[in-house]
Design a protein around this ligand. Sequence first.
Ligand code: CP
Ligand code: NVA
Length: 312
Amino acid sequence: MVGSFACEIMRIGAADLLRDLDLTDDELRRVLDLAAEVKRNPAEYRSALAGKSIAMIFEKPSLRTRLTFELAIKQLGGDSLLMDGPVGVREPLKDVARNLDRWVNGIVARVFAQTTIEGLAEWSSVPVINALSDLYHPCQALADMQTVRERCGELRGLKLAFVGDGNNVAHSLMLTASRLGMDFALACPPGYTPNPDIVAQAEALAAISGTSLCVTEDPARALGGAHAVYTDVWTSMGQEQEAGMRRRAFAPYQVNEELMALARPDAVFMHCLPAKRGEEVSDPVIESGQSVVFDQAENRLHAQKALLLMML
Ligand code: CP
Ligand code: NVA
């Protein structure tokens, strides 16, 4: 335990958060509890990162992740330094990591390839946090679970349905929901299924939790009984050249009023944002009273504060 705050802060065992499973089950629950506490009581933590500097590397665009990390670091009394553009082009990745290691107390990185963030962690001794890679978006999943808990209460026994691309956001959600006792179902077209190794990991976690995990082509099967319906863009950053093909493949998977009606009547609609209205979600759904997308965006701030407090 560290610090002298109203809520004792447990240090995370793993040096880095490169993937969701770097947090133990217990640490995952504690991050969510601390996120709720810092949201209630932000002033308590205003100098928790005093004297600490965190480098933020963004190889891809960002609104939410970049600004909520900057704001979180500022509101915790630390400093952030931004570096955008590709890493490992002007000089080797291992040299970038070893430079940063001499200057800063932590690294937050949004990268194209998971191997890049793994290289940063390998070649530096400071905590490295994955701010989205091709495989995972762990900070998003934390904020999302905080949001579902606020809206729906105890997570155990709830069902989260994801309709769309079996990609980074879906991977992090399935790993996290399965550990927290939620049933998880994903509907996607053939050819856009999640990574089989990550599905196998999530299935193993679901078996331990006694929950169900299903990957299907049938949105109705995924949505039946869902307390939360989640979608993400059909074309992720870096896949722009596939946009036309993806629009055709995903057309039956748009979360519109017809699809929402297949979930529980009180289901919340979730999206990591940015959203493409008219593609993965219809305008009436994202603008409806069921939509919690801006709560998710707000909770990025609180969940990342909790993570920074527990890792730094
Ligand atoms: N949800 C999310 O990560 O948003 P940004 O791409 O704007 O950071
Ligand atoms: N799957 C999306 C998520 C953006 C937050 C992407 O990788 O572009």
